[in-house]
Design a protein around this ligand. Sequence first.
Ligand code: SAH
Length: 253
Amino acid sequence: MQRRPAFPARLDMPQAPTKGVPGAARPAQSPTPQGVGLDSAAVRTRMVQRLAASGIGAASVLNAMGAVERHRFVDSALVNQAYEDTSLPIGLGQTISKPSVVARMIELLLGADCARASGLGRVLEIGTGCGYQAAVLSRLAREVYTIERLRALHEKARDNLRPLRLANVHLILGDGMHGYAAGAPYAGIIAAASGDSIPDEWCAQLAVGGRLVAPMAAADGRQLLLVVDKTPHGLKQSVLEAVHFVPLKSGVV
Ligand code: SAH
């Protein structure tokens, strides 16, 4: 029996591809068209270069994005798209967010007053999905609590993260609509699903100096990225660019 390669042959090519040979054609969406000796690190480096060019300035975020192997979090049929700036299906109608959005939201989180003063402490992620963003966060925050309402995805994330042995990531099966009080207060809360409003519990569970970064549906149906800072004088809200996330839903299934 033939062994499956650990990394997709399309990305991991020790030899130059044979040009013009029948059967050697690569699908149009391949991110590595002229690949000679490419491996996943090289493709990731290119992704990081694109993130930097698009305005992500925090070296710590770029390093974390360069370190986490996104291809390990997507279906084997999609690995050749893993380093494109696109969201991808992860099952049950959910998606892994695109790298530029993950990097942007985490960079915003690092702008929290308390994070600037002493580094990012405890973070709550609403919507674990496949666990990719939690893995990136684990390199930047002291503790990561991540909550998912779909049991099958919670388990998928656990399987995806197990080999990484990230001692500071805590996976919770539950309804993140109520946040996760047991880990509060949080220096940062980051939501990967969009609701019509920001639940009061999220703001209540933020530390003073902490920051919430979340998509929210606007009246016209568009989703906008929202930043809420908890200051000693109350909550301060900023509305940023349009985004596109899966919906925030209640209940655990
Ligand atoms: N951060 C994820 C993106 C997952 S997509 C990743 O890196 O893969 C958003 C996820 O939010 C979905 O898995 C969806 O099931 C989950 N979700 C939606 N509403 C939720 C809720 N109330 N509590 C917890 N998770 C929720």
